[in-house]
Design a protein around this ligand. Structure first.
Ligand code: SAH
Ligand code: SF4
Length: 357
């Protein structure tokens, strides 16, 4: 067996891709199946711990393949069971992911990162503070899920099983769409974690080209759009991406997405005191989305120490909701999770000391 310069990452490729690759080196296909089984059904990420592999094969595999995992730098658990993980990547960069158990509903969600940092620059978000470092590889996206699965598992690797994956951690998923969709396909495959397409959601700040592409490439996965403001002048002020993709274009792309996929879209609206929380904003929002098949999630802003933003009162949030509900818009107020560990949306960032872990 000749040595290759670039080893295949067994965590970042589909079973078919691994089989084809092994084929070139005369490694039997069923070995790829065994490895997949070890990784995704048993949580074994080290080739040397895969017991049914003969030593000679392990030696060969060491030359042509690898399994790149994330180094756990820190972990903090909130009283409600939410766990925030800080990972170090092989080049030293850091990312975060969050595990959110909803015991009553039997839901075990993970919120994962797609980039190191983000270049969209929303004014209320901690992730964007240092700009974008780089996109995550497929293996780095997948590793967050399988390593959290391993961490939460009890006697058996898949108990409890992660049921939902949301691409709402650090980064803009539409700006790394190829890798996001490749990881989605692997997470969904029966031979891997078998997570339903409809149990995965991509959240975007409103990258219209990405929304259009998603509608064509994957009609099953959920789409969430971070609206956060009901008119162009305010939206451009807090989300600079609105200059490139103003509301009319964004809303048109959402309508087109719904037409193609037949799926209901979620709008996210981060509520900030004195910024976007007045009844007038609620009426504008209602006019903007009332004829769209959607659900709206009102998110009381999470504090970011460097930023001067505050939550509206509960009363103001309820009033805002009422205006939407009156127009029959399905509206929820997002419940806080993991408050004391800063594990919520917009609070994830890569600087170690800011992570509190
Ligand atoms: N880049 C994507 C996904 C990651 S951000 C996006 O923007 O949609 C995930 C969500 O966190 C978005 O809805 C965003 O509006 C929200 N968010 C950002 N900063 C926040 C903060 N400080 N408090 C609450 N939500 C925040
Ligand atoms: Fe990037 Fe989303 Fe944060 Fe905006 S809210 S800076 S798009 S991660």
């Amino acid at each position: 067996m000749s040595k290759t310069s670039k080893k295949i990452d067994l965590l970042g490729n589909t079973l078919e891709e691994i089989k084809n690759y092994f084929n070139q080196y005369e490694v039997k296909s069923y070995r790829a199946e065994q490895i997949f089984n070890w990784i995704y059904k048993n949580g074994v990420f080290n080739l040397n711990n895969m017991q049914n592999m003969p030593d000679s094969l392990l030696e060969d595999l060491a030359e042509i393949a690898q399994i790149e995992t994330l180094e756990l730098l820190g972990k903090s658990k909130a009283e409600d069971g939410t766990i925030k993980y800080l990972w170090k990547l092989s080049d030293g960069e850091k990312i975060e992911s969050v595990y959110l158990p909803y015991e009553k509903e039997g839901r075990h969600s993970v919120c994962i990162s797609t980039q190191v940092g983000c270049n969209i620059g929303c004014s209320f978000c901690a992730t964007g503070l240092d700009g974008l470092k780089r996109d995550l590889e497929v293996s780095e996206i997948l590793a967050q899920v399988v390593q959290i699965q391993k961490d939460i598992s009890e006697d058996d690797f898949l108990t409890p099983s992660i049921t939902n994956v949301v691409f709402m951690g650090m980064g803009e998923p539409m700006n790394n769409l190829d890798n996001v969709l490749d990881s989605v396909n692997i997470l969904n495959s029966k031979s891997a974690l078998n997570i339903g397409m409809r149990k995965m959601t991509i959240s975007t700040a409103g990258v219209v080209s990405g929304i259009k592409e998603l509608a064509v490439r994957n009609k099953q996965i959920g789409l969430a759009v971070s609206l956060n403001a009901p008119n162009d002048s305010l939206r451009s002020k807090i989300m600079p991406i609105n200059d490139k993709y103003p509301l009319e274009k964004l809303i048109d792309s959402v309508k087109e997405y719904i037409e193609i996929t037949n799926r209901r879209v979620t709008f996210e609206y981060v509520m900030m005191k004195g910024v976007n929380d007045t009844p007038e904003h609620a009426y504008q929002l209602r006019r903007l989305i009332s004829d769209i098949l959607c659900h709206i999630n009102l998110i009381p802003v999470n504090p970011v120490s460097e930023l001067d933003i505050y939550r509206p009162s509960q009363n103001a949030i309820e009033k805002f909701k009422k205006v939407l509900v009156e127009a029959d818009i399905d509206t929820t107020i997002r419940k806080e999770r993991g408050v004391e560990i800063e594990a919520a949306c917009g609070q994830l960032k890569r600087e170690g000391e800011k992570n509190g872990i």
